[in-house]
Design a protein around this ligand. Sequence first.
Ligand SMILES: Cc1cc2nc3c(=O)[nH]c(=O)nc-3n(C[C@H](O)[C@H](O)[C@H](O)COP(=O)(O)OP(=O)(O)OC[C@H]3O[C@@H](n4cnc5c(N)ncnc54)[C@H](O)[C@@H]3O)c2cc1C
Length: 392
Amino acid sequence: MSTMSERVLIVGGGIAGLASGLALARADAFVQILERAPALTEVGAGVQLGPNVTRILNAWGLLPAIQKVAFYPGNLCARNAKSGEILATLPLSNMAARYGAPYITIHRADLQNVLLEKVQALGVDVQCDSPVHELPTDLHKTTEAYVIADGVWSNLRQQLLGDGPPRMTGHLAYRALVAQADLPAHLRTQDVSVWMGPNVHVVQYPVRGGEWLNVVCLTEGQLQGISSQELQDWNLSKTPLDTRADLQSALKGTCAYLQSLIAACSNWRLWPLCDRPPMQSAAQHAQGSVALVGDAAHPMRPYLAQGAGMAIEDAAELGHQWTALANQDVGQRFAAFAHARWQRNARVQARAIRNGEIFHVTGPMQWARDVGLRTLGERLMDMPWLYGYERQ
Ligand SMILES: Cc1cc2nc3c(=O)[nH]c(=O)nc-3n(C[C@H](O)[C@H](O)[C@H](O)COP(=O)(O)OP(=O)(O)OC[C@H]3O[C@@H](n4cnc5c(N)ncnc54)[C@H](O)[C@@H]3O)c2cc1C
């Protein structure tokens, strides 16, 4: 049995930190979560969660609470942004039959609340207003295990791995939420749609039981004169109206539906996207008694809609190894976690980059992409390796 105490300090109370806290508390670890923000507030917007993720949430007993706030979309539609044509449709309503768990869309804050309630019910101590600026220098002597879950800009990762800040992708995410009741009937939807155009794409889907529509427009470009602090803000905005004007110019030439949708949303927020190259080794996931999870470990582009999903898969693996290797020390448990996770995360990161390239192709490649989707659409969009994943 380990000589270390079973105490785990988790840095960061986002999806990765809360999910890890939940999984480790279920595995009987004594967990404390330290969050920098004064309160866990409603930041972010919608997220899609595939059956690979809802299967875990179900095993944790969370689906009843999730059901009250999530939405179950009917289809995933791939569309041409210029003509509006539906190129391919993947039915999502039968995901539960195919993969044993549903495909849902949910507001990030609703997911965070469900996780927080469960974590607190399990007795985890969640401390807000508690930034952690550095890891102890004598880590090998401390009696605590650390789980670093402080997001894409993780300082602790940079201290541990020495690999500098994340990279700018040159992609900008504009995000808006609009009440479906405020939209004209032809703009309301029950589906997830991805509209692809040259150097741009738009994703839309309902959240909050279907009452709100989450809209994200991804364009290419750099922001001038922006500080690194501003870069870390999820809600960067000149003014919502100026932001909408920038967006309208980026989407010039797209179909009438998209033009109307952009004009109908007024609370645009801008988020410059940063990521890191796909993971290259297990050592990037854990070293001794320190493990990295979620965006701190593998920040990815949102083009496979799996960043929060991989954070939840990480958490499930941590919990599993904590129990399975209960007679070994924390370093061995974290090493087993890292070994089990890094290639899966690298694959998802790489595929997300590739999806972004396919979504944004220009010239004759657009024609080839559209023909491919028209002929092989459902087979290309369904991904058993992703949605059918179960830990080995
Ligand atoms: C446009 C867009 C769309 C997306 N869509 C999807 C999707 O459809 N599906 C999906 O699965 N994922 C999606 N994602 C990705 C997903 O949002 C992220 O991967 C996920 O939220 C990362 O969670 P995290 O807990 O690792 O990091 P974060 O959510 O960034 O949380 C980190 C936490 O750590 C805290 N913190 C930071 N520094 C410190 C410190 N020093 N001390 C203490 N606390 C600290 C922060 O305040 C924060 O609460 C999308 C992302 C973007 C940009």
